[in-house]
Design a protein around this ligand. Structure first.
Ligand code: GLN
Ligand code: ZN
Length: 787
């Protein structure tokens, strides 16, 4: 390493804005409750930005990133930046920009202030739109996943009437803030093509968003000129859609767009991430911009071609440190990847995280309880800044031996750790029979065996698993965690809660009961805590949307289930009723998707290990006499790769993992699965291939439309299409559910239909839950008299 005079630079595409102790979350929530003024909130925003820039500077980064801060969401900020707030909000001069911003984010209800649309929390960390769309007021913007991350953005609404007016004050003020603090500034923006791509038309799904490009570009150009005038050194402009399968018209729009934007005269760094560029690689390399950022973690194989194709006068920013995961970087591997490029790129090489660090927790400093060796294997956002600096210094020929030695020791310790590697788990997977993912008989035989056993009425009624997590349940759990309530006391209270849930279900006349999940904090964490190979942070929060954060478990080692996880609770519940009690588990893909996973083996391997752990639990439940077992898989769809060409590969192992978890049981044992918030139509063959005896899905908000695909595809097994939305306290009307069930019966043979809500009921209160279920049971009875 003797490139002493190579001026390598470091930067990041973005930093977590939520704050080391989730300061932004708490400030937002105080503001929304009316306890913190706008000025107070702005002040906290300023403090957080200043602190986060200081961290970047102290770590030695050459540029700080400005524009990654947002009070709710960066896409929503762009809606205001370009003055395209939807007309349906009817904003006028009376609302401040911040008020308008939060109205778009959270909706506006005319009368009461019920849970705002996106804040109804069922604990899964996913957003749920509410039925407040029915209110005359204004529903929040829709929310959806940011590419394949667990971050959710607000969807811009475009129409033929959309116009754009630059409103750059906020961004320019932030730039000025950073400059006043003495920082060299790189501003960051979402690119115009990605911004249009992410939007939608509310009422005309055929509207061509691309037709707005011509009007949008002048606003971008004007903004770039103003940024230049204000002395920013670079503007990073994110076009992650270059990693998607783009229609030709969108691809073709890039050259002219960037030709125009480049005229502003400020150096542009075009940023791509999350996905290989593939057929867009040469396009990305030849766009008229000053630099290109690529994700060398997700697409390491493209690095060489990019280094060859990108003209030498351009900056290449290599996203070498993983912005999507929490592992310490293997610096030797990174240096080996970079070595051939350093010489090719001369002084025009930048080092960066692969994408914004928004997707990882803030800092390891807060983690006092992690095992020391595991802690040593990790790097959160703040630690990743240091890694970049260390890589840069090493490449520049500085003496970094001491630091490298420490880093190497951590990598070696992780590689060799007996905590990571359980040979028995490996051996079991290697020896897994080829048919371990197949039930003993086909669906028809199983159905007959199950009907003979359970003798359920037609349109059997059930629920999705959780019942209200009352304040009493939550405070008991908190007290238990703090050590104030001992295990026996906690157990006793949870068993009483379960008994209460069973009794209420009996009284309601439901056919298949659940224990209610009182003892579970979270559907992934609960299982992770009992499995080998998982660890949990204290402060490892990642923004999910707005003020909502999730704290994903970390899967660091081979997964194994040392002992039964749910059997005692379920058996207790079953002992209280003669009705079938449904065992309740979280499936392998959902656990995988909602955790930080190992990067030292393919995701598929981790999924298979999880599948075996769940399979063991299913087996134990069956042996304990539980005849119906539900394995929740709401996250199957989220795992789909961004590129279509990779879908089949993923779906193969994902559905196999599910089947392995579900297939050890006898024909007479009934396996359910549950999925929500998803479009299924393009993956129906694979959903059918999961071969659950019963699938329950969220359909009420689509007015049963979602079920049509199942009908057209002739989905073979039984289905419980949700008949009411659980994200709202509204008690559903019996006749409305009857109407939905008639609709369902027109698509799916009535003999294969179940009746259930859309999802679990943990966020609801008992009163509304019982009223809703009473109507639901009555609706099912009404249907039975018809079909
Ligand atoms: N069984 C879980 C519950 O009822 C399912 C939650 C989910 O699908 N997100 O809470
Ligand atoms: Zn659900």
């Amino acid at each position: 390493m003797t490139n002493t005079n190579k001026a390598i630079q470091t930067h990041i595409p973005g930093f977590p804005r939520i704050g080391a102790a989730r300061e932004l979350k708490f400030a937002l929530e105080r503001h929304w409750r009316g306890e913190l003024s706008e000025a107070g909130l702005e002040e906290i925003g300023r403090e957080l930005r200043a602190r986060h820039w200081a961290l970047q500077r102290e770590a030695g980064l050459d540029l700080v990133t400005v524009g990654d801060f947002a009070f709710y969401d960066q896409v929503a900020s762009h809606i205001q930046l370009f003055g395209c707030e939807p007309a349906r909000y009817g904003f006028n001069a009376e609302q401040s920009p911040l008020q308008r911003y939060f109205t778009m984010a959270r909706g506006r209800s005319a009368d009461v202030t019920p849970t705002a649309a996106h804040d109804a929390d069922c604990g899964c960390g996913q957003p749920h739109a509410s039925t407040s769309a029915a209110l005359p007021a204004a529903a929040a913007l829709e929310m959806t996943k940011w590419f394949d991350t667990n971050y959710h953005y607000l969807v811009p609404e475009f129409s033929a009437d959309t116009s754009f007016t630059l409103a750059a004050e906020r961004l320019l003020a932030e730039v000025a803030e950073a400059q006043t603090l003495g920082h060299a500034v790189k501003a960051t923006l979402i690119g115009p093509l990605t911004l249009l791509w992410l939007g939608k038309s509310r009422d005309d799904s055929n509207f061509d968003r691309l037709s707005l490009l011509e009007q949008l570009l002048p606003a971008y150009s004007q903004l770039l000129q103003r940024l230049k005038a204000q002395g920013v050194q670079w503007v990073q402009i994110d076009e992650p859609i270059l990693g998607l399968d783009l229609p030709a018209a969108w691809r073709n729009a890039f050259e002219n767009t960037y030709w125009q934007l480049n005229q502003a005269g400020v150096p542009l760094l075009l940023a791509t991430y999350f996905s290989p560029l593939e057929e867009n690689l040469s396009l990305a390399c030849r766009l008229p911009v000053a630099g290109l950022h690529v994700d060398a973690v997700r697409a390491p194989h493209e690095l060489t071609s990019i280094a060859d194709w990108l003209p030498v006068h351009k900056v290449l920013s290599v996203g070498i440190v993983d912005g999507r995961n929490i592992w310490r970087t293997d610096l030797d591997a990174a240096l080996a990847k970079l070595a051939p490029i350093v010489d090719k790129r001369g002084g025009k090489l930048w080092l960066s995280s692969s994408c914004s660090l928004l997707h990882v927790p803030f800092s390891l400093a807060a983690e006092q309880h992690l095992d020391a060796d595991i802690r040593d294997w990790l790097a959160f956002a703040t630690e990743k800044l240091d890694e970049l600096q260390l890589l840069k210094r090493t490449l520049q020929g500085d003496d970094t031996n001491a630091a490298l030695t420490t880093a190497r020791a951590a990598i070696a310790s992780r590689r060799a750790s007996p905590r990571v590697h359980q040979p028995a788990v490996r051996a079991r997977l290697d020896q897994l029979p080829a048919d371990a993912d197949q039930r003993r008989s086909g669906f028809a035989e199983r159905q007959a065996a199950q009907r003979a056993r359970f003798k359920l009425p037609s349109f059997p009624t059930t629920t999705i698993g959780s019942f209200p997590q009352t304040p009493a349940i939550r405070s008991a759990r908190a007290a238990h965690k703090r050590g104030e309530l001992d295990a026996a006391g906690y157990q006793a209270q949870m068993r009483a809660e379960i008994a209460d849930a069973v009794q209420r279900q009996e009284a309601l006349g439901l056919d298949v009961l659940v224990h209610g999940e009182a003892e579970r904090n979270d559907m992934v964490e609960y299982f992770g805590e009992q499995l080998d190979g998982f660890t949990f942070t204290q402060q490892g929060w990642v923004q999910s949307y707005g003020s909502r954060c999730v704290k994903p478990p970390i899967i660091y080692g081979d997964v194994n289930r040392p002992k039964a996880m749910t059997v005692d609770w379920t058996v207790h519940a079953q002992s209280l009723t003669a009705k079938p009690m449904k065992g309740m588990l979280t499936g392998p893909i959902t656990i995988l998707q909602w955790s930080f996973v190992r990067d030292d083996q393919p995701r598929a391997d981790t999924a298979l290990q999880l599948a075996l752990a769940i399979r063991d639990e299913v087996t134990d439940l069956e042996q304990a006499g539980i005849g119906i077992i539900q394995i929740d898989e709401p996250a199957v769809r989220e795992g789909l790769p961004l590129r279509r060409s990779r879908w089949d590969g993923y779906l193969d192992w994902a559905t196999r993992a599910f089947r392995i978890s579900a297939s050890a049981v006898a024909d007479r044992t009934q396996i359910h699965t549950h999925m929500c918030y998803a479009e299924f139509n393009d993956i129906l063959p694979q959903i059918a291939a999961m071969d659950a005896d019963v699938i329950t899905i969220e359909t009420s908000r689509s007015d049963m439309e979602l079920l049509h695909g199942f009908g057209q595809f002739a989905y073979p097994n039984e289905i419980g299409p949700g008949v009411y939305d659980i994200h709202s306290p509204r008690v559903p009307d019996q006749q409305d559910m009857v109407r939905l069930l008639h609709k369902a019966s027109a698509v799916i043979p009535p003999s294969r239909l179940w009746v259930n809500p859309d999802c679990g009921l943990k966020t609801r209160g008992w009163a509304e839950t019982e009223a809703a279920l009473r109507n639901m049971v009555a609706a099912a009875q009404q249907l039975r008299s018809v079909y």
